[in-house]
Design a protein around this ligand. Structure first.
Ligand code: B12
Ligand code: SF4
Ligand code: SF4
Length: 442
């Protein structure tokens, strides 16, 4: 089979596995290494130090360091549902979880599909070998420089290694870099995951996507509530200061949320889709998806395809097999905070889900901020909301207590003030004491 027909059949097989778009590019080193370095030098990556390690940076620049004899890169786009109408959800008592994280962990779902694709590729290469007759093992499909006698190798990455996935996707023809830094497909918008299969099999490359279809639009820049999107540089690269991005703050950042950015988070408790929601390419093309695992879920439900975990063994949770949680569809903030304050409920809620990455304390921190935004300036805060924040003020983690104090400080009620005063008598952690003092005011 020649390289072109192999690619066509590979694409058909990808579709059969539920992958909507696939492209192929060569393994030449990236042209974007200087930009990437500049971006790190500005400190825009914040605490994501894994992006800056020397070894990982060198591997991003040249994939042959990851897979010697690499010949091709297969890039796939796996769509997740764009379920809500565009726009900021108006109900501040409900938490907003980014669309990509409402179902099953995409790393696992997509990596499984890519491994299946790699196995299929192996079988095809094997068939070719058989067609050549005995004695020819691991035929290299490359035109020239074929290395008979060598076994083919593949590596699968879904956001799990030093690979510039969006650069490879553009090179493989899947779309362009929007001003919001997302890779946008001209017929599907940007609500998709990227996955990459590095292989020593030589396949025909697709033409890269050269156009920039943003035109004069700046909707994403105008809509970003924290000013994280800085526009394009003189070469045309879209620039983001990740330290200001709500996605970074709610998922990757481990410490306190900078106070000046808390109000801008609104009711977002995990990730952010605003710069995708306002994008005309999503307004026009975003749709549902076929992958059941990515669907959102109701109260107490696990993501589709995730089996119940064995009962926990810890003494404090012994005997509790399934704990309640409010799901990811329209979860009330109070239910989310109660979930994040209870280890068993948190474990159930995040089982098999990308949500777990924020960590229990990080997620509780995010929900406290959202509750502070919801309850600020309201004259009659719901009793259960204040009760949940008071419970958060007793959490083991200072990070949670600190943000609970901030939220209670925004609540105008005697009960909230009394809770802060009582805690100030026993609190020992400096960061929390400072937050309580600020909340109580002069
Ligand atoms: C770190 C990271 C983040 C960080 C930083 C994001 C960022 N914009 O850099 C944070 C935590 C903020 C983040 C957020 C999100 N992320 Co993220 N993230 C990544 C990760 C792991 C690395 C990205 C990276 O290296 N950033 C550094 C910058 C410099 O690199 P870059 O974005 O690839 O940008 C390139 C261009 O600037 C280009 N460039 C350079 N010169 C030039 C010149 C020209 C002319 C042009 C056009 C371009 C260009 O060079 C860079 C490198 O190629 C990737 C997975 C991966 N391994 O690639 C996922 C990834 C980018 N994230 C993804 C997703 C889904 C998200 C969120 C939507 C999640 C959410 N809903 O909250 C948000 C979106 C926020 C946004 N607007 O980007 C998807 C994106 C899919 C897509 N359609 O683009 C990826 C690919 C993961 C995956 N496997 O699906 N993410
Ligand atoms: S994900 Fe949200 S905070 Fe981050 S750049 Fe987009 S709009 Fe701004
Ligand atoms: S909102 Fe406009 S500028 Fe931003 S990525 Fe979409 S088309 Fe480009």
């Amino acid at each position: 089979m020649d390289r072109t027909s192999l690619k066509i059949r590979l694409r058909d097989h990808a579709r059969a596995l539920g992958i909507q778009q696939m492209g192929v590019t060569g393994a030449d080193p990236t042209q974007h290494a200087p930009f990437y370095r500049w971006w790190l030098d500005q400190g825009f990556h914040g605490e994501m130090t894994y992006l800056a390690r020397d070894e990982a940076r060198a591997r991003r620049a040249d994939l042959a360091r990851t897979l010697p004899r690499i010949r091709s890169v297969i890039v796939v786009a796996d769509h997740y549902p764009a379920v809500d109408p565009p726009g900021v959800p108006e109900e501040p008592s409900v938490g907003v979880i980014a669309r990509y994280a409402r179902g099953r962990d995409y790393h696992k779902v997509l990596a499984a599909k890519l491994r299946a694709l790699a196995r299929w590729l192996d079988e095809q290469v094997g068939l070719d070998v058989a067609a050549q007759g005995p004695g020819v093992v691991g035929l290299d499909h490359g035109a020239g420089g074929g290395s008979l006698g060598q076994v083919h190798r593949h590596r699968v990455y879904v956001d799990t290694g030093p690979v510039l996935e969006r650069d490879l996707a553009r090179r493989a023809g899947l779309g362009w870099f929007g001003r919001n830094t997302m890779l946008i497909h001209p017929e599907r918008g940007s609500y998709f995951f990227l996955g990459v299969l590095l292989t020593t099999v030589a396949l025909e490359a697709d033409p890269p996507f050269e156009a920039d279809r943003c035109g004069s639009c700046t909707a994403c820049l105008d809509a970003c509530p924290t000013g994280a999107l800085l526009g394009r540089d003189e070469q045309g690269a879209p620039v983001m200061d990740a330290r200001r991005c709500i996605s970074y703050l709610t998922i990757e950042h481990r410490g306190a949320i900078p106070e000046q950015l808390r109000a801008a988070m609104g009711n977002r408790v995990f990730g952010c889709d605003i710069c995708q929601e306002v994008c005309p390419w999503n307004e026009r093309f975003a749709a549902g998806c076929e992958e059941p695992g990515y669907a959102d879920r109701g109260p107490g439900e696990r993501p589709a395809g995730v089996e119940a975990a064995p009962p926990p063994r810890r003494a404090d949770t012994a005997g509790r097999v399934e704990a309640w949680h409010p799901g990811t569809k329209t979860p009330p903030l109070v239910g989310l905070l109660e979930t994040a304050l209870d280890q068993a409920a948190w474990d159930t809620f995040t089982q098999g889900a990308a949500l777990r990455r924020a960590g229990r304390a990080g997620f509780a921190r995010n929900v406290c901020v959202a509750m502070g935004n919801w309850l600020a300036d309201g004259d009659d805060p719901p009793e259960e909301a204040v009760a949940a924040l008071r419970a958060a003020l007793r959490d083991d983690e200072p990070l949670v207590r600190q943000h609970a104090a901030w939220a209670l400080g925004r609540v105008r009620s005697a009960e909230a003030r009394a809770a802060l005063e009582a805690r100030s008598m026993v609190e020992f952690e400096r960061s929390v004491k400072v937050e309580i003092a600020a909340a109580l005011g002069p």
